[in-house]
Design a protein around this ligand. Structure first.
Ligand code: GLP
Length: 266
């Protein structure tokens, strides 16, 4: 089967290889499609538990979500959110924390705060062993919320999901991890220098992610074309952690034309 072809903003969907992929002509169309689905879910279930991601891909997704929710008069203010990951060892005021990212791009505008929003670790925790406790509490909170209804995911250039780097197990749970050199290099711009990028983080596990009822993964831009092609061609195993998603019952990879540019036609 061939991947869906760009089609002028509408969706071209096919169950290529192992991971169903939807190709959108533009990044805006991809973000709009995801935003629409999330808004529809929240309209039906105002207190839905959403799994949230960070990264530049999500900037457009959250902007679209706020716009679509306003257009359709859907309030996001009752949802529960569970973020995928957070760096360890950042000072509380760091603007590079994922919590700060979420405040800036979604939480403040959506009216989300306090216990509604959960992260696997507080941004100011140090790597002294306290992460195991907060990771367990995080997993328990997801369970207490009845599980994640829809999980948003970005795609790392090396195929990571959240901070599950190559080598992560398919059944891994929320835990402290060491970041791959490529992941740290990709994050250097947000921190001003490579040296400033933390070496460790706490991430939802692959097994934790796979328990979400729906998973929507988004990859935009030419720089994601190579990993998207590997993934859609059926790369398998722990060298490309995103490949573990292919076995999920309700997973969809959304890409723009640039990220789809290395998909083979047949
Ligand atoms: C970080 C995050 C991932 C995200 C990735 C891609 O590594 N931990 O969850 O998917 O960045 O980020 P971007 O969307 O900026 O390419």
């Amino acid at each position: 089967m061939e991947p869906g072809a760009p089609d002028g903003g509408k969706q071209g969907t096919s169950s290529s290889s192992r991971l169903p992929v939807t190709v959108h002509t533009t990044a805006a169309a991809a973000c709009g499609a995801i935003a629409s689905e999330v808004a529809e879910l929240v309209q039906a279930q105002p207190a839905a538990a959403l799994g949230l991601a960070t990264g530049s891909t999500m900037v457009g997704v959250y902007a679209a979500l706020l716009r679509v929710a306003a257009e359709r008069d859907v309030s996001l203010s009752q949802v529960r959110t569970f973020n995928l990951d957070e760096y360890l060892g950042l000072p509380p005021e760091s603007p590079a924390s994922f919590r700060a990212f979420m405040e800036a791009h979604l939480f403040e505008a959506a009216g989300l705060s306090g216990e509604q929003v959960a992260f696997p670790v507080s941004p100011y925790a140090d790597a002294n062993g306290s992460s195991a406790r907060s990771a367990r509490a995080f997993e328990a909170a997801i369970e207490g919320a009845g599980g994640v209804e829809l999980q948003l995911l970005g795609l790392g250039g090396n195929g990571h999901i959240a901070f599950n780097e190559p080598g992560s197990r398919f059944d891994s749970r929320t835990r402290e991890v060491e970041l791959a050199p490529r992941t740290r290099a990709d994050a250097a711009a947000s921190f001003g220098s490579l040296e400033a990028v933390p070496r460790r983080a706490v991430t939802m596990g692959v097994g934790t992610i796979l328990e979400a009822r729906r998973i929507r993964i988004v990859a935009l831009g030419e720089h994601k074309a190579e990993i998207v092609a590997r993934l859609v061609a059926g790369a398998a195993g722990d060298e490309v952690p995103a490949s573990f998603l292919a076995g999920h019952a309700d997973v969809q990879l959304h890409v723009d034309a640039a990220a789809a540019s290395r998909l083979s036609a047949g």
